[in-house]
Design a protein around this ligand. Sequence first.
Ligand code: MN
Ligand code: MN
Length: 356
Amino acid sequence: MPDEIRRQRGTNDDNPPIGADPYTEFLSHDLPAYVGLPSFQKLPLLDDAALAGQRPDVAIVGAPYDEGTSHRPGARFGPNAIRAATYHSGSVNSLQMSIQPFEWLDVVDAGDAPVVPTNPDRAHEVIGRKVAAVLASGAIPIVLGGDHSVTLPAASAVAAHLGGRSLGIVHFDAHADTAATTWGSLRSHGTPMRRLIESGAVAGRNFVQVGLRGYWPPPETLEWMEANGLRSHFMTEIETRGAEAVVADAIAEALDGPDVVYLSVDIDVLDPGMAPGTGTPEPGGLLSRELLRAIRQVVMAVELAGMDVVEVSPAYDVAEITAAAANRCVMEALSSLAARRRDAGQVPRKSWPGLE
Ligand code: MN
Ligand code: MN
């Protein structure tokens, strides 16, 4: 950390409080994680107008919607659980990437899309608009779900924002999410990937899945996927070849034509032993360390256009381990985005919100 920033900022570690009064002068960002209103990593909470003025590098968006679930509901409570699932505040330091991400990136929490229950069309519309507002501010959106249906409006908004460039999608999940319908409904957490391909938001051949396993989808859905060129890497392939080699292939396939990548992480790609707090747990999944490494691998290799982490259902969680894993999925992406800036020869930020 540059000395001038270190002197200005209180931190939760080796620095005294700033200012004259040691009993009042910690910044909100540096107070303990459990103190005060929750925002992601205690980062500044900005409304859409402030977002447009500040033009941050990355904005966290909550998508508290779970009426697309086919089995256990509850992911509407995921965004705030992921925000709360940290014991750090202040200028955190990634030991994996040897970088303090918030010294390099202006990251804010843009709050939640204004979802109300019982109206799926409205929910998806306001999620899409919220992501579009983040994109209009120049920030990369990172969406906290919510069930996986929220990827439809989120990735659609990203695709619509690209101008002439095209999108590849890397999708970590136990499930393909490519059903034609779920009990007749087009909008569910089992259908978003088919809708994205049908709409042309992403070409089937650049839609790449990692971690599929279990007993779904049926053969006719797999036939549709094959006919549309999807590349799907089953868990059995990871067991044989290892996650790193499979993820390297997935990156190459997503970028086989496109310029940028949207990364969608269904937390149920993890083994339920490491992520029980989800709606459709499927035994035999990735280790947390494999997924976190995979996220670093992807974000270091591509231009990230957007990301989501979905399907955290806190009521089924145990000791917040699922929410903590989801929080770290986001942190690994942020640290990797910061490391790309460092590696490109850029300089750290000179000031923090409230310190200018
Ligand atoms: Mn999914
Ligand atoms: Mn899933």
